[in-house]
Design a protein. Structure first.
Length: 178
């Protein structure tokens, strides 16, 4: 009987210690995880471009971006998604709830407002992804339809919508769930 009571106490104790994160904790963890994701993906793409050009980087991204995202999520003990209204990969299409955040940011941006560095919505952290590097436009800008990169994008992502951006545009969001 004592053993059963001890097991019940340990269970109740573990449930009570698993308190939800405060907003400040969500922001801190979200900032850390999203920065790690952006550094990892950006570093890998830069390496691929330097060692093999844009086509190699595009191929690497199509094969590895989700894997790297999942790896960082697992290492960090969170769930991470990259989402966009104009997604390249259909797996990055936002849900109705996620869409609300991006659309609110897009409206603010269209009205000339500065976007926040993050948003907490329904207990989930969102960080805007902004086109802030010229190299992003080589695959996400206005592309000539017959260019090698445009053809490669079409081959890798037949339903691609992630082009036509310019510097400063909202590209999407990184979502971190705890």
């Amino acid at each position: 009987m004592t053993r059963i009571l001890l097991i019940k106490l340990l269970f109740v104790s573990s449930v009570l210690s698993a308190q939800p994160l405060t907003s400040e904790q969500m922001i801190q963890r979200g900032d850390e995880v999203s920065a790690k994701l952006l550094q990892t993906l950006g570093g890998e793409l830069k390496n691929q471009i330097q060692n093999g050009g844009l086509i190699k980087a595009l191929h690497f991204c199509s094969q590895n971006a989700l894997i790297l995202t999942d790896k960082i999520a697992k290492e960090s003990g969170v769930k991470i998604k990259r989402i966009s209204l104009l997604n390249r990969n259909p797996l990055n299409h936002p849900s109705a709830e996620e869409k609300k955040v991006i659309e609110a940011w897009q409206l603010a941006s269209n009205q000339g407002e500065l976007l926040p560095s993050h948003t907490i919505y329904n207990g989930i952290y969102y960080k805007p992804i902004i086109i802030n590097n010229e190299v992003c436009l080589k695959c996400h800008g206005t592309l000539q339809s017959e260019s090698p990169i445009a053809k490669s994008i079409k081959n890798s992502y037949p339903e691609d919508k992630a082009v036509g951006y310019k510097m400063g545009d909202l590209r999407g969001a990184i979502q971190v769930s705890f």
